[in-house]
Design a protein around this ligand. Sequence first.
Ligand SMILES: [Zn+2]
Length: 357
Amino acid sequence: MKKISTRIPKKRGHVTQIGKLHECLLKRHSRNSFTSYPQGIREIRVKSLFLLLAAILLAACAQPATATPVPASSPSPLPSSPSPLLTSSPLPPTSTLTPCDPSAADYCLTDGTFLLQRPIAAPANDAVDRAYPYASTAGGTREPHHGVEFPNASGTPVLAAADGTVFYAGDDSSTRFGPWTNFYGNLVVLEHSLASRTIFTLYGHLSIVNVVAGQPVRAGDKIGEVGATGVAIGSHLHFEVRLAPEDYASTLNPELWLALHPGAGVLSIRLADGDGNFVTAPLSVQYFPDAGGAFTQAWQPDVYPDELLIINHWENAALGNLAPGHYRVTFLWEGVWQERWVEVQAGKLTQVEFVMK
Ligand SMILES: [Zn+2]
């Protein structure tokens, strides 16, 4: 039976009184995390349990030398649970301090690299389509997605995501950018220098191209218009971030690069074995707007398939455009239920790493 080892952050910065309390709570949490439970789960009201556990934890933190071990996290009554195995830790861990090592902490909150402007401007739809995000197979019905979609009417202006140079502008009937030619139809590829590296952004299925190769562009310049050329179901912008311009296998998740909507955060998840190799498990992420309450939303983000792991991603799953608050990441690993509580903050990237041993 494989279980995750829980770890306390190795590095801690400012230790205040509050920090000490958080640290203690975090230790308590870690000590009691990732417990697997019998399948017969008893009905217990989470709210009252939360208050009870909070009181126990606070008391335990005040007297660490004589503290009684806190009971393991309790069964959840969540009536809308997608699985009867779901259990809830009623007291989420506090955020970790910086600097933070995701392999040593429950999770890390970082500034991320949200350096790209959105290629569609409001009032047009500037939100990534959640039905077919990066790596998604849309429930097994489509190829793993190497980019993200911005569904919009044909003719909607498409804007450069950052300062750069036009690497390519035209159609892909003779130059292959995807799995085959005539895949993106009319497209533009821009070259940028960002975060001390060269990256490329790709804009596919355009109805009109407004730039030519070699032309310098500024962030926000109009480079074309939304269309449905190439392999497209309806008019939309297909947007990619790449490390190499003509390499379909070198894409990064655009949601880890695009500027966030106000009030939103992003969660990235790494599932790896003890040697650092990515592993796959069916993930579930649930949003708990109120501590101790029931979750109100759940997602099953696709773990990146092998064809997207040719380059060195840190993560192998991610969720964008999340409301701030507490989330639980869960999955089954060799029959044992795994869970981790994490926090999402506006404008931040939350990184959570599971090391499966
Ligand atoms: Zn697409």
